[in-house]
Design a protein around this ligand. Structure first.
Ligand code: HAM
Length: 442
């Protein structure tokens, strides 16, 4: 019988109008495989510190009621006024993608009755947050934090220990830091101070941006963290909150500084540090790389403070608390700027090569067996040529290559090739794990 002529395969083209390309949204970033080593390093260190300092892990939803953040962070803040990703959901509820963790943690503490646990409750979380900011280096609309909170303890030693935690964290990454620190006092100190501040700022009203003019009487402290340059210059010569602290708040602040002295943590008091969120009381701080020039809150690697009234404001019992968050993107930027070497994750020491269809199936199974034994194996099952596979194995720098061909499959054997000497040894396939372990680890 004559052969039928081969039919040309018809290639159907996708109509142009069905093609549409997409790009990242502004302020969002893909974290590519080449970047992952930085992320794993920081996240793993976060978990290690959390464990060593006695923090329990908590995960929170990305979406919360809008009111939770407005209440906690404050109506007059930039975050609430300009930066929330909020919307009305299909059920008509006003919701918001989390711009920070603290409010969610406070909500969870109350909702799950954590005041019944032995205090303080130390919670750790990590993940993505969203703020509609103007993107620039180290400032994104989706960014990530490691977050540590201690709830249910008012002692200044806790403030010092948390600052020590973040200071040591950066040290372990190879980043020397300096802490800017201030005390915002309690509500009473704040009320007296705000009176003095308003009378001072009234004389400078013309120099303020439109937003800060409105904030002048409603929440004058916010003027200090306004990003507008003209507002920044107005804060010089303003009354300083440290001069308005009550005896208890002053003693608390002094004790925190004494602890930091004893712990040899490098810090600098900054009386105009107010932080961009309203819930803070007493100690507030921001962490900067030691040698960063012209620093502003925009460059802080981490930041935090006490929020002794927040739990009560959100309907819980009066519960003093303090926390901090470390910005992962900014930390990575600093690691790169300072050329810090990231510890590499160990590469596979073995390559599994196969020749022919039967060997490929057996290799797939063997790969699973080795993986379950904790032996990481590199492979390229889509390649058929041994030469190509050995080239890949060479490039990966593996110590051994396992070779399975048709002959080995029918004999129940496998070849082990020492990549340095090129010597190949045939062994029974069921002895492969024992042999590998002997060659790799003894
Ligand atoms: P925060 O100062 O808003 O505080 O943020 C803490 C850190 O997150 C910053 O110092 C920075 O490293 C990083 N960060 C903030 N916004 C961005 C952004 N748009 N892009 C990149 N990184 C950013 C808080 O979030 C408080 N909840 C911290 C806290 C915890 N206070 C008490 N407990």
């Amino acid at each position: 019988m004559g052969r039928r002529p081969k039919k040309e395969k018809k290639i159907t083209k996708i109509p142009k109008e069905k093609i549409q390309s997409y790009q990242l949204l502004r302020g969002m970033k893909d974290i590519l495989p080449s970047e992952q080593k930085y992320w794993s390093w920081i996240k793993n260190l976060g978990e290690k510190f959390a464990q060593e300092y006695g923090f329990k892990k908590i995960d929170l939803p990305l979406l919360e009621e809008l009111g939770l953040f407005v209440r906690s962070i404050g109506k007059e803040t930039d975050i609430v006024q300009k930066e929330l990703f909020s919307f009305i959901d299909q059920g008509g509820e006003k919701v918001c993608i989390r711009p920070e963790f603290t409010a969610g943690i406070a909500r969870a503490y109350i909702e799950h009755g954590m005041f019944n646990l032995s205090q303080p409750v130390k919670l750790y979380t990590a993940g993505a947050l969203f703020r509609h900011e103007r993107p620039q280096s180290g400032r994104h609309r989706q960014f990530h934090q490691l977050n540590f909170e201690v709830l249910g303890e008012a002692q200044p030693v806790i403030d010092a220990q948390l600052i020590l935690l973040v200071y040591s964290f950066f040290k372990e990454l190879g980043i020397e830091t300096k802490i800017e620190i201030n005390s915002l006092g309690c509500l009473d100190c704040r009320e007296n101070y705000q009176g003095a501040l308003i009378s001072h700022l009234r004389s400078k009203k013309k120099q303020l941006c439109e937003n800060c003019k409105k904030r002048l009487t409603r929440n004058p402290l916010r003027i200090f963290d306004c990003k507008e340059l003209k507002c920044q210059s107005v804060k010089e010569n303003s009354p300083q909150i440290v001069d308005w602290l009550c005896e208890e708040c002053k003693a608390h602040f002094m004790r925190v500084l004494e602890y930091l002295d004893e712990l040899e943590v490098l810090y600098e008091p900054n009386s105009y540090l107010v932080r961009g969120l309203d819930y803070y009381t007493r100690t507030v701080f921001e962490v900067f790389a030691k040698n960063s020039i012209g620093k502003s809150s925009q460059d802080a690697l981490a930041a935090g403070g006490r929020y002794d009234n927040l739990i009560e404001i959100l309907g819980g019992r009066p519960t003093p608390a303090i926390g901090l968050a470390l910005g992962i993107e900014r930390t990575i930027l600093k690691i790169k700027e300072t050329n810090i070497e990231v510890p590499e994750t160990p590469l596979p020491k073995i390559f599994l090569a196969q020749l022919g269809e039967k060997a490929r199936i057996k290799a797939l199974l063997l790969f699973e067996i080795l993986r379950r034994e904790g032996i990481t194996v590199a492979e390229n099952f889509s390649k058929g040529s041994l030469r190509v596979q050995l080239d890949i194995a060479n490039k990966l720098g593996v110590k051994l290559t396992l070779i399975l061909g048709q002959k080995e499959v029918s004999d129940g054997t496998i070849l082990i090739r020492d990549m340095e000497s090129g010597i190949q040894e045939e062994i029974a396939c069921n002895k492969v794990i024992k042999e590998i372990k002997k060659k790799l680890y003894s």
